[in-house]
Design a protein around this ligand. Structure first.
Ligand SMILES: [Zn+2]
Length: 124
């Protein structure tokens, strides 16, 4: 088998290895898969929500789905203007997250297999 140099630590690793045996560096790129976060339509006002992940923010309006791509499992935090709470959830590429509004105006997150709510960016 061939040896390649790890771009992170410079040591020899097998060209077939998925990660460096010396430092753990990810050698094989995993395909990017989107994570989708849906906020249902809210009566009255359209609210802005913000999804934070890996120091990045994406925002959308209630009643829509935002999607972004991650390579590694990560923790996201969701904030919805006008509602309480900044819940976090661990996601991996391909996950779908549904935001729900609690009776007291707090928000919660749940991983789902299908997104509900009215999405105007996807046909679900
Ligand atoms: Zn290495």
């Amino acid at each position: 088998m061939a040896l390649i140099k790890c771009p992170e630590c410079g040591q020899d690793v097998s060209s077939t290895a998925e990660s460096c045996i010396h430092c753990g560096y990810q050698l094989k790129e995993k395909p990017l898969e989107p994570v989708m976060v849906n906020v249902p339509s809210l009566s009255g006002f359209q609210r802005t929500f913000v999804v934070e992940y890996n120091g990045t923010e994406v925002s959308g309006k209630s009643g829509t789905t935002v999607e972004f791509s991650i390579k590694q499992p990560t923790t996201i935090r969701v904030t919805l203007k006008g509602y309480f709470g900044h819940p976090t959830i661990d996601v991996k590429p391909g996950d779908k997250v549904q935001v729900s509004i609690g009776g007291m105006g707090g928000i919660s997150l749940a991983k789902v297999s299908m997104l509900t709510g009215n999405s105007n960016t996807h046909g679900w």
